[in-house]
Write a protein that binds this ligand. Structure first.
Ligand code: ADP
Ligand code: MG
Length: 363
């Protein structure tokens, strides 16, 4: 069984730097888990502990239920891929792929077969005798990936593997990587600071902040039900408005947002697990695609309306982004299909949104 389990894993470095604090995580067989978070939040340290390059200061790591906390890297049977490819520059593509196999007392016939298999997996059969410097960045990263896979690892661990590539190539390789992982069914943990990459690759995402896991869930769960302001703002675009709970009903919250004379009342749906009460400070997450624009005075379908003024209109192809200023000077971004976007900067408008599209968050 190729599962990974982290139990209360903590890592501190000299000088009392706590890189990872109390991480508990179970990665299922064949699952693709992404560790996502800003720079310095402990992603690499977590991955290095799974690989065995770092020992946890406390806690345990288990593979398939077996404690590997003190098992050296070479006995953990993990394939590693790094951002900078780490290919051997003086070896050909085929020699790079064969490297890990040669250290494993495998017959040269079996090595040759495996290298050929990996070359075709990477779609690089015609490049077998070239050197890394003769390949594009994307090709080099494909070699790094199949080199990691050549030894038939039980786990695949990747640290920002696509970080050095330009956007188009990165998106293409994301698709290839996801297809390959699914086809091989290999348990995978990938580290990235790019939320879009995390969403497109992961079965589940671990959002980390300052060494801690902030939320664990499918991309949809994190996007639709962030559990904190941090996750709401880090995963996807979000507008976060601050307010105070005026009334907490069984299924509904009435919330005052804004300041002074311009404060507005809005209504949000309350989840069963929430426990808001009147007087609580609250924040509301509103995705740009869940905000709509109407001319002032027009009747709208949504329960919530705020007055606003368009300050910017950004054309982005099939949609535009309106930057809209609310009466208390806060800016919100609204995504609108271009064919419906008739407002110019300076227009007074009404921003409206549905109660079920509000994400109530701890302030
Ligand atoms: P990320 O990969 O999310 O950017 P890291 O895991 O590399 O974060 O680092 C987490 C924290 O631990 C940072 O504050 C970093 O400076 C610190 N750190 C990482 N490795 C070491 C080390 N070998 N010695 C001291 N501090 C370290
Ligand atoms: Mg890192």
């Amino acid at each position: 069984m190729s599962t990974i389990e982290l139990r209360h894993v903590r890592k501190s470095f000299a000088g009392n730097i706590v890189a990872v604090e109390n991480v508990d995580l179970f990665v299922d067989e064949g699952e693709f888990v992404v560790l996502l978070g800003p720079s310095g939040c402990g992603k690499t340290t977590t991955l290095r502990m799974i690989a065995g390059f770092e020992k946890p200061s406390s806690g345990q790591i288990l593979f398939g239920g077996r404690d590997v906390t003190h098992t050296p890297t070479r006995q953990r049977e993990v394939g590693m891929v790094f951002q900078n490819y780490a290919l051997f520059p003086n070896m050909t593509v085929a020699e790079n792929i064969a490297f890990g196999l040669k250290q494993r007392k495998i017959s040269s016939k079996a090595i040759a077969d495996r290298v050929n298999e990996m070359l075709s997996l990477a779609q690089l059969a015609d490049r077998r005798d070239q050197y890394p410097a003769e390949l594009s960045g994307g090709q080099q990263q494909r070699v790094a990936l199949v080199r990691a896979l050549a030894i038939s690892p039980r786990l695949l661990l990747m640290d920002e593997p696509l970080g050095a590539l330009d956007l188009k190539l990165r998106e293409m390789l994301q698709i290839e990587l996801k297809q390959l992982q699914r086809k091989l069914g290999i348990t995978t943990v990938l580290v990235t600071h790019d939320q879009q990459e995390a969403m497109s690759l992961a079965d589940r995402i671990v959002v980390m902040q300052e060494g801690r896991m902030r939320q664990l869930g499918s991309p949809e769960e994190l996007y639709n039900k962030p559990n904190s302001r941090f996750v709401a703002e880090f995963v996807g675009k979000n507008n976060v408005l601050s307010g105070i709970v005026k009334n907490a009903g069984k299924d509904e919250l009435s919330i005052q947002i804004g300041e002074g004379d311009s404060a507005c009342d809005v209504v949000a749906v309350q989840a069963k697990t929430d426990s808001w009460k009147a007087g609580d400070q609250i924040a509301l997450g509103l995705r740009p695609e869940h905000l709509y624009v109407a001319p002032p005075g027009e009747e709208v379908q949504s329960s919530n309306c705020l007055p606003g003024k368009v300050s910017e209109r950004r054309f982005l192809g099939n949609f535009v982004h309106y930057h809209v200023e609310l009466p208390w000077k806060q800016m919100v971004i609204i995504e609108c299909p271009t064919r419906l976007s008739q407002y110019e900067p300076g227009s007074d408008i009404v921003v409206h949104f549905k109660r079920q599209d509000c994400q109530p968050l701890a302030a």
